[in-house]
Design a protein around this ligand. Structure first.
Ligand SMILES: NC(=O)c1ccc[n+]([C@@H]2O[C@H](COP(=O)([O-])OP(=O)(O)OC[C@H]3O[C@@H](n4cnc5c(N)ncnc54)[C@H](OP(=O)(O)O)[C@@H]3O)[C@@H](O)[C@H]2O)c1
Length: 282
């Protein structure tokens, strides 16, 4: 039985991850922003589960991260696993994103991940044991035009997790990725952090609108055909938690649409990386 802190548990994968982990007998610190406001119903729902405590945590705010993590240590005495799940999506052509808007996305998807990692690592290193699981994306490996800042943020998460895995090897702490394909969660119904420079977008003469329509048709059709189930992500997280130390793959693509193609593609990237490292380090 592990003590597991999960970020972004108000909706989507995060909520399912919490429910799945407690069913398997783990203790879960379910964190979400705005517990007293828009996420009050989710907070109440999760806090009623045995083994779950809910904490207010906004990953974009240093003090919020510190306060929630300290409270979690006070209540549970330790954190064995961190699941960095919180994230925002957003679309639009890259040139039409203000730098401030890209920074806002990175503040959640990238710096939020780093804030959480920095908050839990000292105790994990002391325990000589710990597991960091980062929810990245298939489009954190294969870019998707029309959501480039989001892709870039997830590419950053890939780099952070893979780099941490190397740095932390001697400490006994592991860092792994879960890379979801497309799943029907609440994320696409939220406002998101989108391109905000309307004049630049308009100067492309309808290209963005065309891309959006094409994407919606294609992805909508795939969703209907394959009916991807977000529970697949919660199951993968639970599987990684329960695997013996030292056996967890660094990258874990989960896609109900591309299935084995996703797995084979990521395996090929891993093999290519192995060759590249070998030329430098033997
Ligand atoms: N669904 C997909 O197809 C898909 C594919 C690949 C990767 N992902 C990734 O999977 C993760 C979960 O997404 P989801 O699909 O389950 O979407 P979701 O239902 O919108 O869940 C995202 C969660 O992150 C939270 N969040 C956003 N900003 C936050 C902040 N500043 N501090 C704390 N929490 C914050 C959201 O809280 P609020 O409710 O308050 O906004 C929500 O709880 C994300 O990292 C996403 O990028 C999703």
């Amino acid at each position: 039985m592990s003590v597991i802190l999960v970020t972004g548990t108000s909706t989507g994968f995060g909520k399912l991850i919490v429910k799945t982990l407690v069913q398997k007998g783990h203790q879960v610190a379910a964190t979400m922003r705005d517990v007293a406001g828009k996420n009050a119903d989710s907070a109440k729902e999760l806090s009623q589960l045995a083994g779950v405590k809910v904490y207010d945590l906004d990953v974009s705010k240093d003090d919020s991260v510190q306060k929630a993590v300290q409270q979690c240590f006070a209540d549970f005495g330790k954190i064995d696993v961190l699941v960095n799940n919180a994230g925002v999506y957003g679309g639009g052509l890259t040139e039409a994103y203000s730098i401030a808007q890209v920074q806002a996305m990175f503040d959640i998807n990238v710096y939020g991940v780093l804030r959480m990692v920095k908050a839990v690592l000292p105790s994990m290193r002391k325990q000589k044991e710990g597991l960091l699981i980062h929810v990245s994306s298939m489009i954190g490996m294969f870019p998707f035009g029309g959501a480039t800042p989001y892709c870039a943020s997830k590419f950053a998460v890939e780099g952070i997790s893979l780099g941490l895995a190397q740095e932390l090897k001697p400490t006994g702490v592991e860092s792994v990725l879960v890379e979801p394909g497309l799943f029907p969660t609440e994320i696409f119904g939220k406002t998101g952090i989108n391109a905000d420079e309307a004049d630049t977008l308009a100067s492309y003469g309808g290209l963005w609108e065309q891309m959006q329509a094409g994407t919606q048709e294609t992805l909508g059709g795939l969703m209907q055909k394959y009916e991807p189930n977000p529970q697949s992500i919660a199951n993968k997280v639970a599987e990684l938690v329960d695997m013996p130390k030292g056996t967890r793959p660094l990258q874990n693509p989960v896609c109900d649409i591309s299935k084995n193609v996703a797995v084979e593609s990521v395996k090929a990237i891993g093999e290519a990386a192995g060759k590249w490292y070998a030329t430098y380090f033997g």
